[in-house]
Design a protein around this ligand. Structure first.
Ligand SMILES: Nc1ncnc2c1ncn2[C@@H]1O[C@H](COP(=O)(O)OP(=O)(O)OP(=O)(O)O)[C@@H](O)[C@H]1O
Length: 387
């Protein structure tokens, strides 16, 4: 009997890193599928963020900067990398962690514990500002009053102001957040799909400001892929909190996220390409005016003009948008209710809070959770808000 010839298994050639050509590649870089070793990945990841900071002139030497620290992966990597770059390139920044406690039991209390550990790990001071102290409402109470569906709108408006107020308390004029390229591309897609061309134009700015506020907000991760942030945090063994917020993500953003993930899987560069398209989108002046006029017609529920300059718009997907009205003032004006800087006579946070106050006794009497999911109920809730 003839012995079978042993089949030689092909020798597995381990891929070498495409940058250093000497170390073993351990990953395919999500942005361009390049095979890289860990060290080269750290190098390109950190250098690209440094180049964005320099090119966009995000900081000036000696600036005091507050890092919006939620304890999640993005802001934890942001704190870690700003510490590294600040030391490596001598930016001369004074970095402070600024956390907002929205009052979401079982979520924010746990993530704040992470930020407190980060405070020690990165040797940065930490300031915590809570919704309850600022607004006398926690997010849990707000959701009990208005329902889950609009929670992101309330939380977003209140958080932006809370970050500004926290920074002002620290006498800091610049807040950086961990918003990344995926977040940017999602926002562009959402505005595009809604036909919200006026927002589309400004949604890709790397530095922004709330109306009337002296505090800048920047996004050093504007061109940084979420998957790379996760890989960096993983390889560097950073201490971060990975649980999703208890309340559902903004409904339409979730849809845009799924769409973006599908697009990314067939063409990784599409995230940057979408941002690039957003950056080059410019409205003609006449179009801008026409759009503003058309928007007024679409408003389903509006505040009394004499009482408040803002309007609430309920979109088809059930999400809520606050729009600036006619009574717009110049920078440096203060909200008539809370006294905080605002371009309108009443700031967006106060508009929302006033509506909530009307419903607070009802929630207390019913003693239960009035949270509702349906867009119809949300519309009724908003219609019942009086200003
Ligand atoms: N409670 C908070 N306190 C301070 N900053 C916050 C807070 N929540 C969000 N931010 C800032 O806004 C950025 C974007 O927040 P978002 O809610 O989209 O979370 P995310 O994409 O999961 O980010 P992260 O992973 O940092 O939590 C965060 O990276 C952080 O800089």
């Amino acid at each position: 009997m003839v012995e079978p010839v042993p089949v030689k298994k092909p020798v597995k050639v381990t891929a070498l890193c495409e940058l250093c050509h000497s170390r073993k590649a351990v990953m395919r870089r999500p942005k361009n599928l390049q095979k890289l070793c860990k060290e080269c990945f750290y190098h390109v990841f950190e250098t690209e963020i440094h180049l964005t900071i320099v090119k966009e002139k995000i900081f000036y030497k000696g600036e005091r900067v507050a890092i919006g620290a939620s304890g999640g992966k993005d802001s934890t990597v942001l704190a870690s990398i700003l510490k590294t770059l600040n030391e490596r390139y001598n930016y001369g920044l004074e970095l402070v962690l600024l956390s907002i406690d929205e009052g979401i039991v079982g979520y924010r209390d746990d993530s704040l514990a992470t930020v407190k550990r980060n405070q020690v790990q990165y040797e940065m001071p930490l300031e915590i500002v809570s919704y309850k102290d600022l607004y006398n409402w926690s997010m849990d109470e707000i959701v009990a009053c208005t329902g889950v569906r609009s929670s992101c709108t309330y939380c977003g408006v209140l958080r932006r102001q809370a970050l500004d107020r926290g920074a002002a308390k620290l006498e800091i004029n610049h807040v950086v957040t961990g918003h990344n390229a995926d977040d940017m591309a999602e926002t562009v897609l959402m505005n595009l799909l809604r036909g919200d061309t006026s927002r589309l134009e400004s949604s890709v700015n790397i530095t922004t400001k709330s109306s009337g506020s002296p505090i800048k907000r920047s996004k050093p991760f504007k061109y940084t892929y979420q998957k790379e942030i996760v890989l960096y945090a993983h390889y560097k063994k950073l201490d971060y909190f990975s649980t999703e917020c208890t309340y559902a993500p903004e409904a339409f953003r979730g849809t845009a996220r799924v769409l973006l993930k599908n697009l990314e899987s067939v063409r990784p560069s599409c995230i940057l390409d979408i941002i690039y398209s957003g950056e080059n989108f410019k409205l003609k002046e006449k179009k801008k005016r026409d759009l503003n006029n058309n928007k007024k017609k679409n408003v389903k529920s509006s505040t009394k003009e004499s009482d408040s300059p803002n309007e609430i718009e309920i979109r088809n997907d059930g999400s809520v948008s606050l729009k600036s009205g006619k009574d717009t003032k110049k920078d440096g004006h203060r909200c008539e209710r809370c006294g905080y800087l605002s371009m309108n006579s009443i700031c967006k946070a106060c508009i929302l809070l006033q509506g909530l106050e009307v419903n607070r006794p009802k929630v207390a009497i019913e003693g239960g959770n009035t949270a509702v999911d349906g867009a119809g109920k949300l519309v009724r809730t908003l219609e019942s808000l009086s200003f």
